[in-house]
Write a protein that binds this ligand. Structure first.
Ligand code: NAD
Length: 450
């Protein structure tokens, strides 16, 4: 097996070299998962739940270690990494509890009894990106395992370390051999093989819209089920009647969190024209206050980008009317400053997902216009609305074509509530009870009593 280097984006140093899985390893992993499926699905629900609770407990026990791994490998601030690991444990707790609460129904029919069953799909392939490696893995592992599936999980090639460690912890938790198989390898090799493999029943994919399209095409060959969690270009709508100080304090975190490498980044900040100048001033001052630097420092709020190549791409977006450019460390590390650009909704920076700490600030006149502007994008993942007018907040929330919205908040994800996209941000839902739909099949059985 060839080896590849896993790099710390804050220092550009190699953390470790690991073996790269290829097609052969992918086939072996699918075979192991297939062999483990009959036993795993047949476990009493209470036993599957107990094992998932064990996983949650071990994640909690190893929280510091997992957060350190994630922070070092992704370059994310340690405080954020800790919060993410805490969510991973909550997700496993939630799906442990969900194992015996996702059940069928009986339907009134003539001449007998009609009932539905929730059946697992079999072997599922889980493909995750590099921005929230462990978190997003848990959003898929939890419901997939709760429903009785076995899995092959492929983390992104840049960030495989936390998933590999989680696999070990799952073994310690008592998850039987072959139920969870983690493969560190290239998307174009291992990912593609999982998409094409005839024994993989479903692909749970999170990543770019571009690769999502390829996954969907590849899955068509074997009529695989797919869940696609893809890119975004979300709106942060600031009305004139909002608590402007509060909205301005929150707005930088809605886009610069995780150095902007967040599918939910509210990277189009729409500001009502009557308060535009005042809000921009507040926003610049709040952005200026963001602490950018060493991810190991407890106070750090933003770390580097994931790679030099990604930094090149992000910087290609900053050619317009820059309203603010923050500080970022020099020297080793893929640093990029928080950047605010005054833009129009038609500019490239407002149309494409930048996936870096770059926000477009765009004026609007009224409610009708901002709904139109917010929807003038192929994406529809997330968004925020800031106003003191409750009825308006609900009207706008209903009007924006997006899977997730929050009012007077940046919040996007919780273990208990559905998360996913409209339009080219994908389809299918993760988290909450909704995710279980994507990892089970409904079987209908009619039982004649005549
Ligand atoms: P990416 O699409 O490049 O890669 C995602 C995963 O797909 C990786 O594991 C990669 O190895 C794999 N892959 C690449 N080519 C493949 C192929 N041909 N077949 C199968 N798998 C393949 O995305 P990325 O750069 O890792 O992550 C950033 C993107 O992810 C952004 O667009 C972001 O918006 C999106 N994202 C979406 C969500 C969401 O929930 N909607 C969450 C996080 C990130």
């Amino acid at each position: 097996m060839t080896r590849f280097a896993v790099v710390n984006p804050a220092t550009e140093e190699t953390i470790v070299e690991i073996e790269e899985a290829g097609v052969e390893e992918a086939d072996e992993a699918v075979a192991r998962a297939k062999a483990a499926f009959p036993t795993w699905r047949a476990l009493p629900p209470s036993e599957r739940a107990r094992l998932l609770r064990n996983v949650a407990a071990l994640v909690e026990e190893h929280a510091d270690e997992l957060a350190r791994i994630e922070s070092e490998n992704v370059g994310k601030p340690i405080s954020g990494a800790r919060a993410e690991v805490a969510m991973v444990a909550e997700v496993f707790h939630f799906y442990a509890g969900a194992v015996d609460k996702h059940y069928g129904e009986t339907i009134p029919v003539a001449g007998g009894v009609d009932m539905t069953f929730r059946e697992p799909l079999g072997v599922v392939g889980l493909i995750v990106p590099w921005n929230f490696p462990l978190n997003i893995a848990s959003w898929k592992l939890g419901p997939a395992l709760a429903c009785g599936n076995t899995v092959v999980l492929k983390p992104a090639e840049l960030t495989p370390l936390s998933a590999l460690r989680l696999q070990e912890l799952m073994g310690e938790a008592g998850i039987p051999e072959g139920v969870v198989n983690v493969l560190a390898g290239k998307g174009s090799v291992v990912g593609q093989r999982l998409v094409e493999h005839p024994d993989v029943a479903k692909i749970g994919f999170t990543g770019s819209t571009e690769i999502g399209r390829e996954v969907m095409k590849g899955a068509a060959q074997t009529i695989k089920r797919v869940t696609l969690e893809l890119g975004g270009k979300s709106a942060n709508v600031i009305f004139e009647d909002a608590d402007l100080e509060q909205a301005a304090r929150a707005a930088p975190y809605a886009v610069f969190d995780n150095a902007g490498q967040d599918c939910c980044a509210r990277s189009r900040i729409f500001v009502q024209r009557s308060i535009y100048d005042r809000f921009l001033e507040l926003l610049i001052s709040a952005t200026d206050g963001m602490k950018v630097g060493d991810p190991r420092d407890q106070e750090t709020e933003m770390g580097p980008l994931i790679s030099a190549e990604h930094r090149e791409r992000v910087s290609s977006y900053v050619d317009g009317n820059v309203a603010f450019r923050g500080n970022a460390p020099h020297g080793p590390g893929f640093w990029f400053p928080c950047t605010l650009v005054e833009a129009s909704n038609d500019d490239r920076i407002a149309r494409e997902e930048v996936f870096g700490p770059v926000a477009a600030v765009i004026p609007f006149e009224d409610e009708a216009e901002v709904v139109e502007l917010a929807n003038a994008t192929p994406f529809g993942l997330s968004g925020s609305i800031w106003t003191r007018d409750g009825a308006r907040a609900l009207r706008v929330a209903r009007g924006i074509e997006s899977g997730v919205l929050s009012v007077n908040s940046n919040s996007s994800v919780r273990p208990t509530t559905p998360f996913g996209g409209f339009k080219q941000s994908g389809f299918g839902r993760e988290l909450g009870m909704h995710a279980l739909e994507g990892y089970s099949e409904v079987k209908n059985v009619y039982f004649s009593t005549d």
